[in-house]
Design a protein around this ligand. Structure first.
Ligand SMILES: C[S@@+](CC[C@H](N)C(=O)[O-])C[C@H]1O[C@@H](n2cnc3c(N)ncnc32)[C@H](O)[C@@H]1O
Length: 287
């Protein structure tokens, strides 16, 4: 059986179930992403551009290339993961998490930071940085002097391109619909991007956020222990064993009493992972 070609990719051959299975094993090993056979048309549509860009005409050749050794194969494995991951995000996404943070978590952390203590946030799977900058703005609202204290937001992602956008801190005009007007005026400056007006994150939130490349299924060169972790809409693409492993490793990086926020369609089985205790909607305390 040959899996049907996607629209707009007619010059690239179809993908056989054998090649798809090889690709799925590689994607699982490299990025933790789970690709059941039902995703073959989507995978094919997303990778057809890569196949063409490399001057290849068949998926079999593409799978051979990404399975190889050496720099070209390694680079293309990165491109492959970038093409297959979803980077959708926005400022103040799932706002109930930020309400809970402000009401139940920030007051204690502000007191600690002002007493000279360390406060660490982590946006794991940060995509283009909106989640991390949302956290930075809320930290600044709670303690305008945050930059002078030991307060940081670590923002990590697998994908170097989304990290570059996060570091640039420049976003399209639709940001105005995502950020409350007061915070937009306080923490952004309007810029022109081609024909369109956009927004650039101002210096105060930028100072608090550090962007780093990190693959969640590889070793983590992270020494910090965190007070607040946002890992939302990332493990949803992993298989159950990889997801469980990521939650366990995140818990190792969390301070006792710290809090983890996960995506709206994700759940942690606290009977299986008793180091977490449910604490609100898709929020978990480290016991
Ligand atoms: C849908 S975005 C979520 C962004 C943000 N957390 C939110 O909820 O709005 C998922 C992000 O996870 C990243 N990602 C996927 N697999 C990853 C992995 N193995 N390690 C690190 N990041 C990964 C993707 O590159 C993508 O930017």
């Amino acid at each position: 059986m040959i899996i049907a070609a996607g629209a707009g990719s007619s010059r690239v051959s179809s993908i056989t179930p054998e090649d798809f299975a090889r690709l799925a094993r590689l994607v699982q090993a490299e990025g933790g992403l789970s690709l059941p056979a039902s995703k073959a048309p989507l995978v094919r549509a997303r990778l057809a551009r890569r196949v063409r860009a490399l001057g290849l005409t068949s998926f079999a050749d593409y799978v051979d290339l990404v399975s190889g050794q050496g720099t070209a194969a390694r680079r293309e494995r990165e491109e492959m993961l970038y093409a297959l991951t979803t980077n959708v995000t926005r400022f103040f996404r799932e706002p109930h998490h930020f309400d809970a943070l402000c009401q139940r978590v920030l007051p204690g952390l502000v007191a600690r930071a002002r007493a000279g203590g360390r406060v660490r946030f982590w946006s794991a799977g940060c995509s283009t940085g909106e989640e991390a900058y949302t956290l930075a703005m809320l930290l600044l609202e709670a303690m305008p002097e945050a930059a002078t204290l030991d307060v940081q937001v670590l923002a990590t992602d697998l994908d170097r391109r989304v990290l570059a956008i996060g570091r640039s801190g420049i976003y399209p005009g639709r940001v105005a619909q995502q950020v409350p007007p007061l915070l937009l005026a306080r923490y952004f400056r309007q810029v022109v991007r081609g024909e369109e007006a956009g927004y650039s994150v101002g210096p105060a939130p930028r100072v608090l956020v550090r962007f780093r490349q990190l693959n969640l299924i590889r070793p983590w060169p992270i020494m910090d222990r965190f007070d607040v972790v946002f890992c939302r809409n990332v493990v949803i693409y992993f298989d159950a064993a990889t997801e469980r492993d990521v939650w366990m490793r995140i818990s190792d990086r969390m301070l006792p009493g710290s809090i983890l926020f996960i995506g709206h369609s994700e759940r942690i089985n606290t009977a299986d992972l008793p180091m977490f205790r449910g604490d609100g909607v898709t929020a978990y305390r480290k016991v």
